[in-house]
Design a protein around this ligand. Structure first.
Ligand SMILES: Nc1ncnc2c1ncn2[C@@H]1O[C@H](COP(=O)(O)OP(=O)(O)OP(=O)(O)O)[C@@H](O)[C@H]1O
Ligand SMILES: [Mg+2]
Length: 186
């Protein structure tokens, strides 16, 4: 459409009103392309494909720190940094981390957050902890953020736990059985 409109525009130099309308249509096209790019990168952040999960998490933490002033720390040992988890698991972990960090910013009133990864034999544990106000953990989550996290974890064969008490911060921990099999090759 942009190409065709540009073609028309070059040939309609005489009529200012017509030109104005073509320019407006071109602008709508440019806006739509931008929106499409944003939606695509929201569905699957490019950084996951290009740099892998660990670098994507690092940049998510940096962005969060830059935007909110929350001090963010990533702990990721070299043995874990060498592992790829596979496409579905990486996107699920990334989305869970996004939701946890959004919750920390919206609800926790925290000053610091730590994302710690740890190998437990062949299992992988990822923990996100904040030093904020904490909460009473619902026995059965009914709100979409927490529910979504549990569902994403289950979908990739993992287990998600929430530990929190009022005044004592919140820790979300995700355990992925046998995620570290195969090392860097996966
Ligand atoms: N890190 C946290 N510190 C304190 N309270 C939290 C934290 N994370 C979640 N909560 C509490 O748990 C509730 C449920 O979280 P959940 O993410 O499910 O919903 P939400 O963030 O309110 O809405 P949304 O559906 O947009 O995610 C929050 O409303 C908040 O009260
Ligand atoms: Mg939420």
């Amino acid at each position: 459409m942009q190409l065709e409109l540009n073609w028309l525009r070059q040939r309609l130099t005489g009529d200012p009103l017509m030109l104005r309308h073509i320019d407006a249509a071109l602008e709508i096209g440019t806006g739509a392309m931008g929106a499409l790019r944003r939606i695509l990168s929201d569905l699957r952040p490019g950084v996951l494909d290009h740099l892998g999960l660990w670098a994507a998490l690092e940049s998510l933490l940096e962005e969060t720190e830059g935007r909110s002033g929350l001090r963010c720390t990533l702990v990721c040992p070299a043995e874990i940094e060498r592992c790829r988890l596979g496409r579905d698991a990486e996107i699920a972990v990334y989305r869970i981390a996004q939701e946890v960090l959004t919750n920390v910013q919206r609800h926790a009133g925290a000053g610091r957050v730590w994302l710690v990864t740890e190998a437990l034999g062949r299992d992988l544990r990822i923990e996100i902890r904040d030093d904020g106000r904490g909460m009473l953990v619902p026995a059965q989550p009914t709100s979409f953020g927490l529910l979504g996290m549990h569902e994403r974890a289950r979908a990739i064969g993992g287990d998600l736990g929430i530990a929190s008490r009022p005044g004592e911060g919140t820790t979300i921990s995700l355990r992925l059985p046998a995620a570290l099999v195969g090392g860097a090759g996966r």
